[in-house]
Design a protein around this ligand. Structure first.
Ligand SMILES: CC(C)(COP(=O)(O)OP(=O)(O)OC[C@H]1O[C@@H](n2cnc3c(N)ncnc32)[C@H](O)[C@@H]1OP(=O)(O)O)[C@@H](O)C(=O)NCCC(=O)NCCS
Length: 392
């Protein structure tokens, strides 16, 4: 068995048959392959790995070179996708071999964290990943936001085809990368592939500054306005975009929009009837998963107070005994001794990302903690829900 890095140009012959069989209806129409080939120019910076036997690819993984904000510090992030093996080659450890190579190489090239969307979380838990929240969708009739229709807000919303608003959208996502916990973006090469997406873009500006943006399409007259992530820098951007939705009253029956767990749509209006759903199922709608790949790179992360030594056993990337302490509100990471807690990579990553507290880490079977470890781990890593944003 050969494990090999292939170019984007090789992917259509090598990877497409594996991933199309795994993830799309099949047999697939001939144009699917051409469409895939056409997208490969935007994948030239991705790390593409295959396991080959006799010149035939039997398994694949792809690593996107992304960036992610974790508690205010922006890291290189390995976005893992296209994980598939040929049915006749499954359960032979091929994907394990590929995934370990991918994480090793991307860590060496600067990724301190990794994220993916699982078909089954327990599969990726074996590789140290832990779940973070799946986004929610809010669905409501625009009438519920009638109070906004004539509101005088200090700003305006402009609707453009995605291609025309691309720079404004990009500048907003780059700003949110710096400001929002969990937010991740692709590299420039990959991002350029979104420019020609057939969607509308509503851009909210106040005094010339972009304060919100949302991609959307209208499914039919009298039907649904389907919006993607509601991206805003704060309440004004949100109000401007909601006002824009409200002005579709009598044109569409419902608006559906993607939001993070920190949004509370029932507070958007007094008479607003809204359904907010966080639907997780497998294999199609898994909540994303994350893991830390590089402990020293986490130094400088904004944290609360605390000083504790932990052990992460048996992990090639972050294994060891680590003293974690706060220096002026920033995490200091050093080699330590006499650990007060033993955490799996998933358990540590759950604390780092703010999705579980130490007691939950224990009850979920992700660590053994002494009583004196619980308090400093709780204060060092306060609960704080991440919003991954990028879908891949
Ligand atoms: C899921 C899939 C990629 C696994 O590939 P594979 O080559 O069989 O995986 P491996 O043999 O390397 O298995 C790795 C580990 O996961 C375990 N495993 C494999 N499939 C599993 C499954 N469906 N559920 C739980 N564990 C599984 C293996 O036992 C092995 O454990 P170990 O290394 O700790 O002993 C493959 O079945 C597939 O292509 N499925 C369809 C596409 C898909 O769902 N891809 C994932 C998208 S996120």
């Amino acid at each position: 068995m050969d494990f090999r890095q292939i170019t984007a140009a090789e992917r259509t012959a090598q990877m497409f048959p594996l991933t199309a069989y795994a993830f799309t209806p099949s047999p697939w129409p001939a144009e699917d392959e051409e469409r895939y080939r056409g997208r490969m120019q935007f994948n030239e910076t991705a790390l593409n790995l295959v396991a080959e036997e006799g010149g035939q690819a039997l398994a694949s993984v792809v690593g996107y070179r992304m960036r992610q904000n974790v508690r205010g510090l922006v890291h290189g992030m390995a976005g893992v996708a296209s994980v598939a093996s040929h049915p006749s080659a499954r359960r032979r450890g091929l994907v394990r071999g590929l995934l370990e190579r991918l994480l090793r190489q991307m860590r060496e090239e600067g990724s301190a964290v990794s994220a993916l969307y699982p078909f089954r979380p327990s599969f990726y838990a074996r590789f140290g990943f832990v779940g973070i929240p799946r986004h929610r969708t809010a669905t409501f009739a625009p009438e519920g936001l009638a109070h906004l229709i004539r509101a005088e807000l200090p700003g305006e919303v402009e609707r453009r085809p995605m291609a025309d608003g691309f720079e404004a959208y990009e500048s907003l996502t780059r700003r949110l990368l710096e400001e929002r916990h969990g937010f991740s973006v692709f590299d420039d090469n990959q991002t350029a592939g979104f420019r020609d997406d057939k969607v509308w873009l509503a851009v909210a500006r106040s005094e010339g500054e972009v304060v919100g943006a949302v991609r959307y399409h209208i499914a039919e007259y009298g039907g649904d306005l389907v919006a993607e992530d509601l991206l805003t820098t704060g309440p004004l951007g949100r109000a401007l975009l909601l006002q824009f939705f409200a002005r579709h009253v009598d044109q569409v029956a419902r608006v559906t929009v993607t939001v993070g767990t920190d949004e509370v749509p029932e507070l958007w209006g007094t008479d607003l009837a809204v359904t907010t759903e966080g639907r997780v199922n497998h294999p199609r709608k898994g909540g994303p998963m994350v893991r830390a790949l590089d402990m020293p790179a986490l130094s400088g992360t904004p944290v609360g107070a605390g000083d504790v030594t932990i052990e992460i056993p048996d992990d090639e990337f972050v294994g060891g005994v680590w003293r974690l302490s706060s220096e002026d509100g920033r995490l200091a990471v050093a080699k330590g001794s006499n650990p007060a807690a033993t955490l799996t990579v998933g358990g540590f990553s759950a604390l780092l990302y703010g999705v579980l507290d130490p007691v939950e880490v224990f009850t979920r079977g992700l660590g053994e903690l002494t009583a004196e470890a619980i308090s400093p781990l709780t204060t060092l890593f306060p609960r704080r829900m991440p919003y991954l944003f990028s879908d891949f």
